[in-house]
Design a protein around this ligand. Structure first.
Ligand code: FES
Ligand code: FES
Length: 156
C-alpha cells in the first residue's frame, strides 16, 4: 500500500508518495521532486555522486530508503548556498576551475561541506580521510583538494 513520506528539502516542506518503502531517497529527489543535482553514479554507495545532507550529516542517497528521512531535513547542493550568497565551497570550486564533466562535484562538495562544518580546522590528512571513497573519473583530485583548502580558509 502506498504511503506518503513528508520531509524538508532545502528548507521547503515536501512529500512523496511511496509504493516501495525501500525506494532510495535519490529516486524520490530526482524522479518525484525533479531535482537534478544529486547524481546517480554507481547506485551502491561506492562513488558519492548522490550525496545529500540529512539533518546535517552527509549520506549517500542511493542507498538510503526515502522512508528513513520522514520528518527530517534534507539539504541538497541547491540548498548549500544561493547565487547571491554561495557557500565558500561553491565559490572555491569555481575559482579553482575544478569541474571537467562535473558529474562528481556534488559528492565532493556535499561531503566536504558537512565535514568542514564539524571540523573547520581539519588537517590535510583528515580532509583526505573524510573524502576517501569519492570518485572523480576525470581525475580532478588535485584541484578538488586546492578548492577545499581555499574554502576552508573562509570557513575556519
Ligand atoms: S550513486 Fe550513490 S554512491 Fe554512487
Ligand atoms: S569532473 Fe568529471 S567525474 Fe569529476
Amino acid at each position: 500500500m502506498a504511503t506518503i513520506v513528508k520531509f524538508t528539502v532545502d528548507g521547503k516542506a515536501r512529500s512523496v508518495k511511496v509504493d516501495d518503502p525501500a525506494m532510495p531517497l535519490l529516486y524520490a529527489l530526482r524522479d518525484d521532486l525533479k531535482m537534478k543535482a544529486p547524481h546517480f553514479g554507481c547506485g551502491v554507495a561506492q562513488c558519492g555522486a548522490c550525496t545529500v545532507h540529512v539533518d546535517g550529516e552527509a549520506v549517500r542517497s542511493c542507498v538510503l530508503p526515502v522512508t528513513a528521512v520522514k520528518g527530517k531535513q534534507v539539504t541538497t547542493i541547491h540548498g548549500l548556498g544561493t547565487p547571491q550568497q554561495p557557500h565558500p565551497l561553491q565559490t572555491a570550486f569555481v575559482e579553482e576551475q575544478v569541474p571537467q564533466c562535473g558529474y562528481c562535484v556534488n559528492g565532493w562538495m556535499m561531503t566536504a561541506a558537512a565535514f568542514l562544518k564539524k571540523k573547520p580546522k581539519a588537517s590535510d590528512g583528515e580532509i583526505r580521510e573524510a573524502l576517501a571513497g569519492l570518485k572523480c573519473r576525470c581525475g580532478t583530485h588535485v584541484s578538488i583538494m586546492r578548492a577545499i583548502k581555499r574554502a576552508q580558509k573562509q570557513m575556519a
